[in-house]
Design a protein around this ligand. Sequence first.
Ligand SMILES: Nc1nc2c(ncn2[C@@H]2O[C@H](COP(=O)(O)OP(=O)(O)OP(=O)(O)O)[C@@H](O)[C@H]2O)c(=O)[nH]1
Ligand SMILES: [Zn+2]
Length: 199
Amino acid sequence: MSDPSTPNDVTQAQAEEAVRTLLRWAGDDPSREGLLDTPRRVAKAYRDWFSGYADDPSEFLKRTFKEVEGYDEMVVLRDIEFESHCEHHMAPIIGRAHVGYLPTNRVVGISKLARVVEGYARRFQVQEKLTAQIAHCIQEHLRPAGVAVVIDASHECMTTRGVHKRGVSMVTSQMLGAFRDDARTRAEFLQFIGIHGAR
Ligand SMILES: Nc1nc2c(ncn2[C@@H]2O[C@H](COP(=O)(O)OP(=O)(O)OP(=O)(O)O)[C@@H](O)[C@H]2O)c(=O)[nH]1
Ligand SMILES: [Zn+2]
């Protein structure tokens, strides 16, 4: 794994040794047969869960379409499922993101909005930061009239440990430009994603 801001000099062998240490610390024996391949599997899983460190999400927004020039209404991609991990406990955060923007002259392929979500989700995160990063990346690189991001997620650090509250979800939003300044634009977005004001 690599992160441009923190050069990664950890070897696969060191990562696997760290997993063996945690297995011992949990009370098990990493040399028993069932656990022999576990450090390798965990390292492989980390490459998947944390692949976002190798991504520059702004790259996903470089390809824009001119054919849709003239379309200046809201574009909303809702129910983008994602998995992330909280930076406090390294426990899964599982949820959905809803992303909307108001194009000015540039429109992206819709999958790219989901790729931006993935690029930031596959890192150690705090939900507020994840929400803000997605919105600011789109605002900065697509330069639309506004961006809205709402994330609804459950945190396994709250459901499987600690306070043990199942069924709780955390909702965060970041509104920029017209979505922040204009109540009607914001209300239209919230209606599109199924949140209708006070309820
Ligand atoms: N605001 C915010 N808090 C989070 C997020 N993910 C986890 N947390 C919280 O981060 C806090 C860390 O609190 P600490 O008191 O340092 O950790 P802790 O002793 O493990 O706390 P408990 O989870 O209450 O057992 C907890 O309240 C978590 O619920 C997140 O994405 N955003
Ligand atoms: Zn946590």
